[in-house]
Design a protein around this ligand. Structure first.
Ligand code: SAM
Ligand code: SF4
Length: 280
């Protein structure tokens, strides 16, 4: 087991398998910057699946039980299921998950489940097509994401979490509808405060809708009760609907940073390790 220099134990490993993505979400990879001429890593610079697996077994030996595959968009990496398969053979992993925009999930969900993936988190910022199209920067409609969610459900990649990044004046007026849509579905919607990731998205504090405001908007039409975290270091604050129809979460990375409890280590596609999204 290892702790970092701030004595925080290391429990979660996030593996970014590619820096590429089929979306251009304005808050993450704005199209103006990640255009035709943007130089992504070349294939030879990426860690191979063998290297990722070897590193993961070393990290699990040092305390990581939870492993999340992410990106960029992890499903654009060729034959990602082969990596999932070899990671699923590491006994120390208690939770093997993947975060995706779901665009390729309709055709991949079964294969991923068979390879040993336990569950997925799916990003969906709005159910309003025009807003979703604008936010993903590629004019992709929501239909395909909803099909991806269905496919994940049918494949048993559950419980499913739905991530929604909230930007003031962009999608905040559609949050209550999103919450209502997934109420009673067994899926957990998590509203994420818009963060400054790498100074490339033109982040401004006044574009952030505080988690407290998000909760009060939803609570006004669908009453909520806060419940305790399920494990130390959980980043989302959890709420259940008073009528027993499900759970939602808010991730207040800006208004209530949880750095003191963070237990994450990140592995970049080219094999750099770092603890914090904001690390240089
Ligand atoms: N491409 C996959 C996806 O979108 O689900 C995985 C990678 S994405 C970087 C992981 C998560 O980070 C997504 O849920 C995304 O919405 C969230 N995210 C990206 N940029 C963000 C920002 N500026 N603030 C808050 N969350 C952000
Ligand atoms: Fe791609 Fe995910 Fe970033 Fe959107 S949030 S641009 S889907 S990596």
């Amino acid at each position: 087991m290892i702790n970092d220099t701030l004595q925080r134990p290391f429990r979660d490993l996030r593996i970014s398998v590619t820096d590429r993505c089929n979306f251009r979400c304005s808050y993450c990879m704005p199209a103006e910057i990640y255009g035709e001429r943007y130089e992504f890593l070349s294939r030879k610079d990426l860690l191979t699946f063998e290297e990722i697996t070897r590193l993961t077994s070393i990290f699990t030996g040092l305390g990581a039980g939870k492993v999340r595959i992410t990106g960029g968009e992890p499903l654009v990496r060729n034959e990602i299921e082969l990596l999932i398969k070899s990671l699923s053979e590491i006994n120390e992993i208690t939770d093997l998950t993947l975060t995706t925009n779901a665009y390729l999930l309709p055709q991949k969900a079964n294969t991923l489940k068979k390879a040993g993936l336990q569950r997925v988190t799916i990003s969906l910022d709005s159910l309003e097509d025009s807003i979703f199209k604008q936010m993903n920067g590629r004019s992709f409609g929501i239909e395909r994401v909803l099909q991806g969610i269905k496919a994940a459900e049918c494949a048993g990649l559950t419980p499913i979490k739905i991530n929604c990044v909230v930007q003031k004046g962009v999608n905040d007026h559609t949050l209550v509808d999103l919450a209502r849509f997934f109420k009673n579905s067994g899926h957990i919607v998590r509203f994420i405060e818009y963060m400054d990731v790498g100074n490339r998205n033109g982040w401004e504090l006044d574009q952030v809708v505080p988690a407290e405001e998000i909760i009060s908007m939803i609570n006004a039409s669908m009453p909520l009760d806060q419940i305790p975290n399920s494990y130390p270091g959980e980043v989302a604050s959890r709420y259940i609907y008073r009528d027993g129809s499900g759970e939602i979460g808010v991730i207040a990375s800006v208004t209530k940073p949880f750095c003191g409890d963070c237990t994450r280590l990140r592995l970049s596609p080219e094999g750099v390790i770092y603890t914090c999204l904001f690390a240089s």
